[in-house]
Design a binder for this molecule. Sequence first.
Ligand code: PGA
Length: 254
Amino acid sequence: MRQLIAGNWKMNGLQAEAAALAAVLRDGADGLACDLLVCPPATVLAAVAAALHGSPVVVGGQDCHPEPAGARTGDVSAPMLRDAGAAWVIVGHSERRLGYGESNGLVRQKAQAAIAAGLTPIVCVGETEQQRLSGNAEPVVAAQVDGSVPPGFPGVVAYEPVWAIGTGRSASEDDVVAMHRCIREQLVATLGEGGAGVRILYGGSVKPAGAAALLALPGVGGALVGGASLVAADFLAIARAAARDALSNRAAPG
Ligand code: PGA
């Protein structure tokens, strides 16, 4: 299985910017050794999906409501994302867990809704700085995985330490490897054998400069990229750094 490089545009991208970014990605994405995904805001998702149609770049949403339709002012459902051209959706990003009080149970419901709508979910997990400093990073993240990933999970998990998101700080290589091993063990404990094949991405200030070293680490199945995904040249440079099998080293401890 190939590594996945996913771009999370967050609340960025007016129509013209999104179209310009999609056009450069479309031109630059041929021949990459990884899977490439962009997750634009819902308002431009259909336009970006149309612009990338027929290219290797697939499109996803950034969140979905657990219900398919109904009286939920302001929310976007998984079938709506699918209808707009999405094939993937991010759920449980820390900006939603912390900013909107989303629990593991809600994230799991969202992942289930995504799967029911034919979308592949990316379930995000990650500890706060305080949790890491107090020595609780691994139990916190393991509990997030166990509580957020539904049975038969066909998706991807993204490990994003909260303190590394948008800060320019990155987890050390040893910490990334140790946490990816911990997540793998929890996935197998939660899902059984199926947990061995789930790609685990790293996210948090991933930039072109450190991408090759990061993506070569044991257990790293790709990257979830925020800020650098808004700069087409940077995002493509990260994608070019991903050039090996995402699971080739899964037999390494975890
Ligand atoms: P960042 O964001 O790359 O800007 O740190 C990553 C994310 O939040 O997915």
